[in-house]
Design a protein around this ligand. Sequence first.
Ligand SMILES: [Zn+2]
Length: 339
Amino acid sequence: MSRKRTIPSKPRFAFAVRRAYEVLADIGATTLPIDPFRISEHYPEIHIVSYTELKEKTQCADPFEFDRRNAQNAFLATLMRRNSSDRIDGETHKYRGDKEYLVVYDDRIGSERRIRWTIAHELGHIFLGHFVEFTLTSFQRGASGEVRLGLTDEDYGVLEVEAHFFASAFLSPSAVIRKIHSCENAYGIMETCNISEDAAYKRLDELKRLPSGSYEIEGILNRNFYNYVWKLNNPDADMFDPSISLLPSQYEDYANYEHWAYIVASLGNHDKYKELSIALINSIAIYDEYDMLIITETETTKTLVDNHKEVILAALDKYGKTHIPRVSSLSTEALMLLS
Ligand SMILES: [Zn+2]
């Protein structure tokens, strides 16, 4: 057996937040609230199951060897022995070496927000490597009477706080919510992120203290959530929506470039390209592997695009993480003439 790392003496806050952001980027999240149940679609090694479902399922042969370490009966017995004031909200087991995880949550709790938080917390233990790094086989989380499985109080406390940091950053990512106007109060955070009032108040308090832009991964979240945040903040704004059905057939396989508004806004952060950015507010971009077509409202803006092709390609690369060989342009004024 390889030697495992020792548990850190202090919770690794920055690490927990960064990992939460990385997972949000990995699963391609673009809106809030985050659905922790969908994690299995992107990480098939993580199985999330309710207490009720598991109880039913383990009566027959189990698809991922739940029985292997005889954990099945022990776990169910533990859950059933507890009464409502002393119960487990969730638990995670690791199986098949380091490859499979089973997150079990107590669906009898009846509070969706608490279940969502519980699952996010359990995912924290997984994504922060608590099982792999520290040779743990199971975590239980509950209102009281937690089972520590050979950990000291200090070690257990550190890992619990880390999982909490992860859950908070995963369900209410400050990189995103600090940009949403309605999240300037706890009620807005609670409703937008679908977390408890208590968690929302803590988040609001943290937002005032936490630095922003300290993680490189925040750029990806900014990009991915840009359209969602913008629409929330500008609910009545009209979107530029040219009739692309008028486009020549050579563009029929082009897809809408969803990060275009973010690129345009990013250009506006540079004094040099403010004029370009403002002109491009009424524009869209469609693309394939080799080419991006920027559709502007006017011929004047089209000319501006043509004069800034290199700048736009660089911005696509830097802010959009989109590598494209070339851009071309077309105005809706010209489109009308084509039709
Ligand atoms: Zn825990």
